[in-house]
Write a new protein. Structure first.
Length: 356
């Protein structure tokens, strides 16, 4: 007769095979009742909503949110694909945030679908999903972004409400900076006779110093017979220069966040300690907390990481081209980048300690 450990190992092997297939949101039918209950009992599986589960760490403390936040986007896309097939997409505002590189888990994920029931599905840690019954935008206005069905960048900018530019200015400006040419926007503005939106977007582009795009929007819409009145949807004007060369949204996003947060942080930054710090002990503590800190930080951002991967990239025993060893190319790169950032900060800390 198999021992409890052997039975658990059997269940874990089945769970591993599901994960190897890229399955994050596990339906009840994917596991027998025996395996499912055994994995839940031992902390390797947790229920999200009735009939849907995600893998979890057996040593996760009650109330810890890391596993859920790490699984949120994959779970939602799998769940929505099962419910609506390809007849769903995220709201234009949420789409715009994802285009801007903001993958922060929202308190409520807004989804559009002609099959939606206008009801809220409660999810762990006070998050939820609202599937609103809306007609789908045309197929060419929808893109797949990391398994999420989203409005294209141009269509999201047009469909987003004016409030978004005030409440989510960083995301809005970052998304605007990704537009290379006015034609991307104009074809949709003209097709929809969007004179008011044209004025708002012209003002938005001028706000980030993309005057050529702003002027072209006004000129082209006016030539087509529309009365376009430019207005700035933002409350202020940023003092940074937005790069038009970057393909990644993160460069401009980081620049905006640095500008916004730097002065606030300086005001609240604590005074230097007056007592002497035991330098070796302090640096040892910094080094020892790296793995745990990296795991939580990268997991919250949605990267598929584990302590083994973090240790491999720290010791350079990694190969993002090796699909068998490091399946998640981006996760391996993210873990390596986190390590490099950590070493840069550690270098600054050592430099500061030398002055004491």
């Amino acid at each position: 007769m198999a021992t409890p450990s052997e039975k658990l190992a059997e269940s874990l092997e089945i769970l591993r095979k599901l994960q190897d297939q890229g399955i994050i949101a596990i339906q009840a039918k994917n596991l027998t009742r025996t395996h499912r209950e055994r994995l839940i009992k031992n902390g390797f599986l947790q229920e999200i909503i009735k009939g849907w589960y995600i893998p979890s760490r057996h040593d996760e403390t009650p109330g810890e949110s890391t596993t859920w936040y790490a699984s949120f986007w994959d779970f939602c896309s799998s769940y929505l694909n099962k419910r609506f097939a390809d007849k769903w997409c995220l709201s234009p505002e949420q789409s715009l945030s994802l285009h801007a590189g903001n993958w922060t888990v929202p308190q409520q994920l807004l989804v559009r679908s002609p099959k939606g029931n206008n009801k809220i599905t409660s999810l762990p840690h006070k998050t939820s999903l609202l599937d609103a019954r809306y007609a789908m935008p045309k197929l060419k206005k929808i893109e797949i972004l990391n398994n999420q069905r989203v409005f294209s960048l141009a269509s999201a900018l047009i469909a987003s409400s004016p409030r978004f530019f005030i409440q989510n200015a960083t995301d809005a400006r970052t998304a605007l900076s990704l537009v290379r040419d006015a034609s991307e926007i104009l074809v949709l503005l003209l097709a929809g006779s969007h004179s008011t939106i044209a004025g708002r977007l012209a003002g938005a582009f001028r706000n980030i110093n993309r005057t050529q795009i702003a002027d072209e929007i006004i000129k082209t819409m006016s030539a087509a017979g529309y009365d376009v009145r430019e207005n700035n949807p933002f409350k202020n004007t940023p003092s940074i220069t937005f790069s038009s060369r970057e393909q990644s949204p993160y460069v401009n996003r980081i620049s905006i966040l640095w500008q916004e947060m730097r002065e606030v942080i300086i005001k609240h930054f604590p005074k230097a300690p007056t007592h002497n710090i035991e330098k070796k002990t302090y640096l040892k503590q910094v080094e020892e907390t790296y793995v745990t800190d990296a795991y939580h930080s990268l997991s919250i951002e949605g990267y598929r990481v584990n302590r083994e991967l973090i240790e491999r990239v720290r010791s350079r025993k990694w190969n993002p081209e090796n699909s068998e060893h490091d399946r998640e190319h981006k996760s391996a790169l993210a873990a390596r980048g986190y390590w490099q950032a950590f070493k840069a900060v550690e270098k600054s800390v050592r430099k500061a300690l030398k002055k004491n």
